[in-house]
Write a protein that binds this ligand. Structure first.
Ligand SMILES: Nc1ncnc2c1ncn2[C@@H]1O[C@H](COP(=O)(O)OP(=O)(O)OP(=O)(O)O)[C@@H](O)[C@H]1O
Length: 848
């Protein structure tokens, strides 16, 4: 085809000087042309010429730096290759240039330079037709050509025959004249420009074979080595045709450089595939993963979908499909652990142990889901963590507060970027083995979103009957959650939909009494905080009185979370003092006089003080946190005993309220003014509470005569010519419920009778129009709140008497409980000297 033997080139040839690459006969090369002479050659010869002859040019490798190839003619290489310009492409970017595709025809020798401008023209002598291997060559040349041919066949056989260009090359080896093989193969294999130049200069055939044979052997060796190191991927290696620029097959460029990247990529994919196969996922999940992997392999990395698919596969691989822990439950050890981690909570701990014992005997997790309900910071999560520890399971917490969307529970997967795993799947991913997850529902203001739970798939997750085939929309395959032990926590059951609540066993976790808090603080919170701050009991001491002060004057909560935070603040302050002390000690040590001080701390201190007066004194150990230190560290007390101050006027009474944060005392205030009998209610009250207010007024009006209640001017109807305003403080918080009924009656009775309510009484109870007192909920939390506030008497409905059993004995001993079945009982207990009608006037004078 390109044998010089069959082609006669013109004796005068325009010359193209190439800076990059060496064109050999039988190969094709792309050349970028931008120097003045070469551009002229293209414009006036190649683009204008019409005959085949005009497209034949002499290509001479220019060994000089192209930058200097301006006007001065370089000393030209004497041997060049005549080539056929088969394609010319012009472009203006980034500067005007042409790209030529040239196929080498035969060698020529430069005889004489005829013209230098506008482009070079020379008289040339055609080489390559002088010798030839006629048929079966004999002698050394024949042997050389045979060896060369065999080596070439060996090389091509090492490549992948399924690649069309390799198959074509294999066929060409047999059909091409042997003398053309050195040029063709030298242009294909990895060779430097210098080596190619040597091949070009080898005009004699024998010399040419000798020059190219070692290059061929080197390539074979290199390929063999490569295949040896990457044996498992032999098939892929064969695809790597080590053909560089100058391939005789334009358009097919293979390069060993690209290979590395490709190799990395496919290694990565192979690794991922291995991981997928090794994840022991069930058949359907494996099928989905392999399908996704196949898609991923075809995707360019720059595509957004690539990262998404990859993340998906990584998540699938990490999910604990088969990994699970064997529960190692020893009930006695569990009891010890629960006791050592948590003070009090006896009822809860007992129930938890029962639950665990039954689960172990039954050896499955079917049954109601435990749900701990109580105010914040009472240790619900902490008990859950201990349960996981006793079982040897991993613990993960999922927060569902504010969840109102099904995708949070079950994930979502839409086209594009908006897809993600559910919180459930994410928790499992984090837990990395099928063990325990922790469900939490919040009673925050967005709690109403939880109403949709039945549709949101929470059942599918929690319900042991359904969760063996939980399908996350993101994962899109079923996952067995039946081995996961779910425990729920909530601050209130009010926001949990009834259908879900029905499947749960609710365990109430009430707030703590002051005594319990003191114990928890000294057994758990203080040691924990000391450890967290790198302090020891030898360095800091917090006496019980300080703890009591913090509990009553700096925190007012049902749990112990703020209490723990306050201890944290104290530890930080102490840490500074201790660190400052160390600093002084170090300074002493470094000073020459310090050594003679013989380790006497006091001496060292004096010396250092003399040297630098602004350094703090190292504190005496241990630092004792007394009331003054407390004020210094935490600032002035946040809560003061304000109760008696607020009850100095008629028309104020203390009610007891239950909130998700625990029990609270509440001051109900009433005032009256001239008007038309209007009742104004403020403090964000719900409908039930508004109705209670109307009930209270009606009852008082109907009994006004009996109790001697009057309006502002002493008239028999308290509402005549009078407007009433009833206010419940903390106006920003919505309140509702019937339990403030008795407090409203007491507050209004005080207003209408102008008598003061006792300042140490708190009350709770629902009222009826006939003056009965009905039972209410949350008695324990309410009583604890009254105790916290330092009140002495608590009025509760008689039918709540049984609830007093839950209240710790010491709290019961501190309080005087009044059981009320009628409103008369309430009023009698709330006012000094009772509230009988006959004594009314005498009482007023004595009080006012
Ligand atoms: N009885 C207790 N004994 C020892 N530490 C306790 C006890 N109760 C609470 N704590 C500690 O109080 C801190 C808060 O507890 P935890 O986080 O379990 O509260 P929670 O009831 O889950 O609150 P929330 O409803 O806000 O999540 C933890 O450090 C816990 O160890």
């Amino acid at each position: 085809m390109t044998s010089g033997g069959g082609i006669r080139i013109p004796s005068r040839l325009p010359l193209l000087l190439t800076h990059e690459g060496v064109l050999l006969p039988g190969s094709t090369m792309r050349v970028s042309v931008d120097t003045a002479r070469n551009m002229q050659l293209v414009k006036s010869r190649l683009l204008k010429g019409t005959s085949l002859k005009s497209t034949i040019i002499g290509v001479i490798p220019n060994t000089r730096d192209p930058e200097h190839d301006t006007d001065e003619l370089p000393s030209l290489h004497r041997i060049g290759t005549a080539g056929l310009a088969v394609q010319v492409v012009g472009s203006n970017w980034p500067k005007p240039h042409y790209t030529l595709l040239i196929t080498g025809l035969c060698r020529f020798r430069l005889a004489q330079l005829l013209k230098e401008r506008p482009f070079l023209v020379a008289e040339v002598e055609q080489l390559d037709q002088l010798e030839g291997l006629s048929g079966a060559a004999d002698g050394e040349l024949g042997e050389l050509s045979q060896r060369f041919y065999q080596a070439a066949v060996q090389l091509v056989d090492m490549l992948d025959m399924s690649v069309p260009v390799v198959a074509k090359l294999r066929r060409l080896l047999d059909s091409l004249p042997r003398e053309t093989l050195p040029d063709v193969l030298a242009s294909m294999i990895r060779t430097s420009n210098k080596e190619k130049l040597q091949v070009l200069d080898a005009v004699g055939l024998e010399e040419r074979f000798k020059k190219t044979l070692p290059l061929l052997s080197r390539q074979i060796e290199g390929l063999r080595l490569l295949q040896k190191t990457r044996k498992p991927r032999l098939e892929e290696d064969k695809r790597l045709l080590p053909v560089r620029r100058g391939s005789p097959f334009p358009g097919h460029r293979f390069s060993l450089e690209d290979e590395d990247e490709e190799e990395e990529d496919s290694d990565d994919m192979a690794l991922l595939e291995r991981k997928i196969r090794g994840a022991s996922m069930p058949e359907p999940a494996l099928r989905v993963c392999l399908k996704e992997l196949k898609r991923l392999k075809k995707m360019p990395q720059s595509m957004p979908e690539y990262a998404l698919t990859r993340n998906y596969l990584e998540l699938m691989v990490e999910l604990p499909w088969s990994r699970s822990t064997t529960d190692c439950l020893d009930i006695r050890a569990a009891r010890v652990l629960l006791d050592s981690d948590h003070y009090a909570m006896e009822k809860l701990k007992k129930r938890v142990l029962e639950y665990l014992a039954v689960r172990q005997l039954k050896n499955n997790l079917k049954g109601p889901i435990l749900c701990f309900v109580g105010p914040p910071g009472v240790g619900k999560t902490s008990v859950g963590r201990s349960i996981a520890k006793t079982l040897g399971r991993e613990f993960h917490r999922i927060a569902l507060g504010g969840v109102c969307d099904q995708s949070d529970i079950r994930g979502h997967r839409s086209a594009g970027t908006g897809r993600g795993a559910s919180r459930t799947a994410f928790a499992l991913f984090c837990a990395s083995a099928q063990r325990q997850a922790w469900y939490r529902q919040s009673s925050d203001s967005r709690g109403s979103g939880l109403q949709n739970f039945s549709q949101t798939g929470v059942f599918q997750v929690l319900d042991p009957e359904q969760n063996h085939s939980f399908t996350d929309h993101y994962l899109n395959v079923a996952f067995d959650l039946s081995q996961v032990l779910f425990i729920a926590t909530a601050n209130t059951t009010a926001t949990i939909p009834p259908a879900l609540l029905d499947r749960m066993e609710v365990l109430q976790v009430p707030g703590y009494t002051q005594e319990e808090k003191i114990e928890i603080a000294h057994r758990h919170l203080i040691p924990h905080q000391l450890e967290q701050h790198g302090l020891t009991p030898q360095q800091v001491q917090i006496p019980q009185e300080t703890t009591v002060d913090i509990i009553s004057r700096y925190t007012r909560e049902a749990g112990v979370r703020s209490l723990e935070r306050k201890f944290g603040a104290i530890c930080r302050a102490v840490a500074v003092k201790v660190a400052e002390g160390h600093k002084v000690a170090k300074t002493d040590h470094a000073s020459p006089g310090a050594e003679t001080a013989g380790g006497e701390k006091a001496d060292g201190r004096e010396e250092s003080l003399a040297g630098s007066a602004d350094l703090a004194l190292p504190p005496e150990m241990p630092i004792v946190i007394d009331r003054h230190a407390l004020k210094d560290i935490l600032g002035p007390p946040v809560f003061e005993m304000e109760v008696s101050e607020r009850l100095t006027l008629p028309g104020v009474a203390i009610g007891l309220a239950w909130t998700p944060l625990g029990g609270e005392i509440m001051f109900v205030e009433a005032s009256r003014m001239e008007g038309e009998g209007q009742l104004t209610l403020t403090g964000q009250l719900g409908d039930v509470m508004k109705e209670s207010a109307h009930l209270a007024i009606s009852w008082l009006r109907s009994n006004a005569k009996a109790y001697g209640l009057t309006n502002a001017v002493g008239g028999p109807d308290p509402l005549e010519g009078t407007d009433i305003h009833l206010h419940f403080p903390a106006g920003a918080v919505t309140k509702d419920g019937p339990s403030a009924g008795v407090t409203m009656v007491t507050c209004l009775a005080s207003l209408f009778s102008s008598r003061l309510v006792r300042s140490d009484v708190a009350m709770t109870g629902e009222i009826t129009l006939r003056g009965l007192v009905l039972p209410v909920g949350g008695i324990k939390d309410k009583v604890l709140a009254a105790h916290r506030a330092g009140l002495k008497r608590v009025i509760i409905p008689r039918r709540n008497e049984k609830d007093l059993e839950e209240i710790p004995a010491n709290v019961r001993a501190d309080l005087d409980f009044v059981m009320a079945s009628r409103l008369d009982d309430v009023l009698n207990a709330a006012f000094d000297g009772g509230f009988p009608a006959s004594h009314l006037h005498a009482q007023i004078t004595s009080k006012l």
